[in-house]
Design a protein around this ligand. Structure first.
Ligand SMILES: Nc1nc2c(c(=O)[nH]1)N[C@H]1C(S)=C(S)[C@@H](COP(=O)(O)OP(=O)(O)OC[C@H]3O[C@@H](n4cnc5c(=O)[nH]c(N)nc54)[C@H](O)[C@@H]3O)O[C@H]1N2
Ligand SMILES: Nc1nc2c(c(=O)[nH]1)N[C@H]1C(S)=C(S)[C@@H](COP(=O)(O)OP(=O)(O)OC[C@H]3O[C@@H](n4cnc5c(=O)[nH]c(N)nc54)[C@H](O)[C@@H]3O)O[C@H]1N2
Ligand code: SF4
Ligand SMILES: [Mo]
Length: 764
């Protein structure tokens, strides 16, 4: 009998060989350089390493496919304008090993599912389209043409276009993403779930509502000029390493830094720039002036405590709030203040888990500085009250007039390299009407105005049989989403699942009744089309659009670009009924950009402006105090103190990334900056919590979450005592996604609450 969907979806429960050390306090420096280079040498052809080093993130080169941190506008180091994890991303994408059809002939889907995520990833690059027939145990090769026809046949057989869902992961370029959403809308649905739904959706919601733009307001230059930068719920040393070089510049210019995090993440403490040999000798820069060891999901409480103290000072002494800014640019101030006064400082401080003396240190810096930037990532967005977290930080910035001026503003640090761009060009299940109107005006078909399914809604719809075809443009859906058991069954209920991927992943193994794998070019590879090697474009976390052009030969002759895949499917599905000429775009991507320029705001003269080696900034109202909210003003909001509590034996668990992974892609088994080596099935616990439960270092435990009466389990994790607040614990994603309930998500944003999972622990 073949394995069940859940068995194939779960990561195997075998242990490696855990070693732990005291975590370092310094990051990067020589260690980072050695780690990156030795990793690259292991997996990439030596001749490619030099090309990668001299072209990645260089003007006219290709954009690092890692995170969305921006490149400097002007001076770039010709030595290597990238970090350890950028090079690891390359080593993964451009690995030597190739997966050919004999690999699939000799390994059944069930056998492949027994591999760990690390082993699956290291199987190699996909090289030709593969098809899993109904009831078959093995994938077999298929021609592109036949594969496109199969997708078209399935889509056209649906009773309604809403029975299909089209997922996007944020590596897709602007050109491919624009065409993809265009095809989906012409096909007739708005079902465009994307990785944003699990990532910064809460930031987008809160910022659109309060500041009129769902993106951050600052530029790199602002970071250099800030008096105070708060880094909240973010681990930059691992996930946005070059942000540390920017923070180092903030410090050099006299700015201060506050880090708010349950973990004393290494990079937040001390950093040595690997590009600076003098620093390597002298030991680097201490980054955080104040480290606030907050309890998981204690952020609203912490902000409220700060706001209450600021209010007290303002009322007593005056001059604390920027009254000119508040009067001219905001609304809702009085209602906000009267709501704030209903809270008690001591209760808030206690709920945040922060000591009075650390609070005072942080408070003094906030009180005494007026150019404040707040940076944040998943530590704020993956909670039920995530939107409140972000609205509360906006309240703080508004009170201080710290928005829309030099050295101040919002900085949601985005994840995937083009996740922000994908949304800008229309990958959105809830696109604004004005955008849909422009599509209609340009192409002459009426897009569906009904909002489509987000990620969580897609999973439910597949489970209930309402969505029958799942299409993924990049990503690894089953490993990224919450509630692995339920979600695996949801995918298995589909008639067809299709994935456009560079590499094999678990989503290729947890399939619908039929499945297709479409292998595509990676970012670093040359995209040969009729008019020559194509240039594409991406938008970084600070709203800069720049070009990206591959420099390496493709690893196989049978790969297509994502643009070509989308055009192929659109052509096979919409045939004669399309108003769009799907045959021309793939020959010349300039044509795609001409269309984007007409349909998407801010892209006028796209082709010309893309020639600027540093790219161009998209318009950003919040940056210039033009708040495009309903009333044209920035809006204060009243947010509730979240009222969650733990039962006696419960802990609150955050699911985080190790230093050796990019989301579901596991580069290796170490988490060097947290002193963990050779194991991922671990749980970081407070040592007093361990004592209470009679648990010893490296003891094996089992985890259980109970939500709305449903019990979810994940067995076999080793305990690692760590400097983490009491009642808090941490595990790696995706191993513990099985414990994240599908119904626990951010209100309005629907981001899975994967940073606040209540669990209990047993050692039986
Ligand atoms: N190398 C590498 N780079 C990446 C990625 C990767 O996997 N690997 N992923 C990319 C993507 S898609 C994203 S979204 C980003 C993610 O970047 P991060 O958000 O930095 O990633 P996480 O590992 O989820 O880390 C969350 C951080 O928030 C803290 N935290 C958790 N809960 C709370 C809380 O309640 N309050 C506060 N204040 N802090 C909390 C955790 O201790 C941790 O330091 O990185 C991107 N870059
Ligand atoms: N528990 C828990 N769950 C989480 C999170 C968490 O913190 N905790 N974080 C969430 C977040 S922030 C995010 S963004 C999601 C990530 O969710 P996804 O974006 O779906 O996942 P990734 O692991 O980034 O996808 C990796 C796969 O993308 C494919 N790929 C890589 N490069 C390319 C390319 O250039 N083109 C194409 N077509 N495919 C490519 C490869 O086949 C690879 O296996 O996960 C979410 N899930
Ligand atoms: S900081 Fe992010 S984008 Fe920059 S090189 Fe590192 S992984 Fe790539
Ligand atoms: Mo993300």
């Amino acid at each position: 009998m073949s394995k069940s969907p859940i068995d194939k979806a779960l990561t195997p429960e075998k242990f490696e060989n855990l070693k732990t050390k005291t975590p370092p306090t310094n990051t990067a420096g020589l260690g980072g350089l050695i780690a990156a280079t030795s990793h690259a040498i292991k997996y990439i052809k030596p001749s490619n390493i030099l090309k990668i080093s001299t072209n990645m993130n260089q003007k006219g080169g290709f954009d690092c496919p890692g995170c969305a941190w921006p490149d400097p506008d002007d001076e770039r180091s010709s030595l290597g304008e990238y970090c350890e994890n950028g090079l690891k991303a390359m080593a993964e994408e451009m690995q030597n090993k190739l997966i050919k059809r004999d690999f699939f002939a000799s390994n059944s889907v069930d056998e492949l599912a027994k591999l760990s995520d690390f082993e699956i990833g290291k199987s190699g690059r996909l090289t030709e389209p593969m098809y899993l027939a109904k009831g078959a145990s093995h994938y077999e090769s298929i021609s592109w043409n036949d594969a496109f026809k199969k997708v078209g046949k399935h889509l056209n057989a649906l009773d309604h276009p809403d029975e299909a869902a089209f997922y996007t992961s944020g590596r897709t370029t602007n050109e491919a993403a624009f065409l993809y959403q265009l095809f989906v809308r012409e096909f007739g649905t708005s079902n465009l779930p994307d990785c944003s739904n699990m990532c910064h959706e809460a930031s987008g919601n809160a910022l659109s509502e309060t500041l009129g733009i769902g993106k951050g307001s600052v530029t790199l230059d602002d970071l250099y000029k800030a008096e105070l930068v708060m880094v909240i719920g973010q681990n930059p040393a691992t996930n946005h390493p070059r942000m540390l070089s920017a923070l180092e510049k903030t410090k050099k210019n006299g700015g201060k830094i506050i880090a708010v995090n349950p973990l004393p993440e290494a990079g937040l403490m001390k950093f040595t720039d690997p590009q600076n040999p003098i620093k390597m000798l002298t030991g680097g820069t201490t980054l955080s002036d104040v480290f606030v060891p907050i309890t998981i999901n204690g952020d609203v409480a912490f902000f409220k405590a700060i706001l209450l103290k600021l209010l007290e000072k303002e009322e007593r002494l005056g001059g604390v709030f920027d009254k000119t800014f508040i009067n001219e640019y905001t609304e809702g101030y009085e209602a906000f203040i009267s709501d704030l006064k209903t809270y008690n400082f001591e209760t808030c401080l206690e709920a945040s888990g922060v000591s009075k003396s650390i609070f005072d240190d942080a408070f003094d810096l906030i009180l005494n500085n007026n150019k404040i930037i707040i940076c944040w990532a998943m530590g704020l967005t993956q909670h039920e009250n995530a939107v409140d977290n972000i609205r509360e930080l906006v309240n703080l910035l508004l009170l201080k007039g710290s928005i829309g001026k030099e050295g101040a503003g919002t900085c949601p640090v985005r994840g995937h390299s083009n996740v922000q761009g994908d949304r800008t060009v229309g990958v959105w299940e809830a696109a604004p009407q004005a955008f849909l109107d422009k599509i209609e005006a340009k192409y002459g078909f009426k897009p569906s105005v009904k909002h489509g399914y987000s990620v969580i809604e897609t999973i439910k719809a597949m489970y209930e049989g309402k969505v029958k075809v799942f299409f993924g443009l990049g990503g690894n859906f089953i490993s990224a989403v919450p509630d692995t058991g339920y979600s695996a069954q949801a995918l298995a209920n589909c008639n067809l699942t299709v994935h456009v991927s560079t590499k094999l992943n678990r989503s290729h193994l947890v399939t619908g009744k039929e499945a297709l794998i479409f292998p595509c070019l990676g970012r670093a590879e040359k995209d040969y089309q009729k008019t020559g090697v194509q240039t594409q474009s991406v938008e970084n976390s600070m709203g800069v659009v720049s070009s990206t052009k591959g420099v390496l030969e493709p690893c196989s002759d049978n790969l297509l670009s994502e643009v070509a895949v989308v055009c192929g499917i659109a052509n096979a599905t919409l045939k004669g009924r399309s108003k769009v000429n799907w045959l021309v775009y793939k020959d010349d991507y300039n044509l795609v950009r001409e269309d984007i320029a007409e349909v998407v705001d801010g892209f006028n003269d796209y082709n010309t402006r893309l020639k600027n080696p540093s790219g161009f900034y998209l318009p950003n109202g919040a940056r210039v105090r033009k708040f495009k909210t309903k009333t044209g003003k920035a809006i204060f909001t009243a947010n509730k103190l979240p009222d969650w509590e733990l039962k006696d034996d419960e802990l609150i668990m955050m699911t985080i990334r190790s230093h050796d992974q990019f989301n579901t892609t596991i580069y290796g088994l170490d988490d060097r900056y947290r002193g963990v080596f050779n194991e991922r099935r671990i749980i970081f616990m407070n040592r007093e919590d361990m004592k209470l439960r009679n648990l010893k270092e490296h003891q094996v435990v089992h985890l259980k979450s109970e939500f709305n009466g449903v019990v979810r389990k994940a067995d076999n994790f080793k305990v690692v005592g760590y400097d983490i607040p009491k009642s808090c614990c941490a595990t790696y994603f995706p191993e513990t996604n099985v414990l994240v309930p599908l119904d626990s998500f951010a209100h309005t944003a629907k981001t899975p609450a994967s940073k606040s999972v209540k669990i209990t622990i047993t050692n039986l």
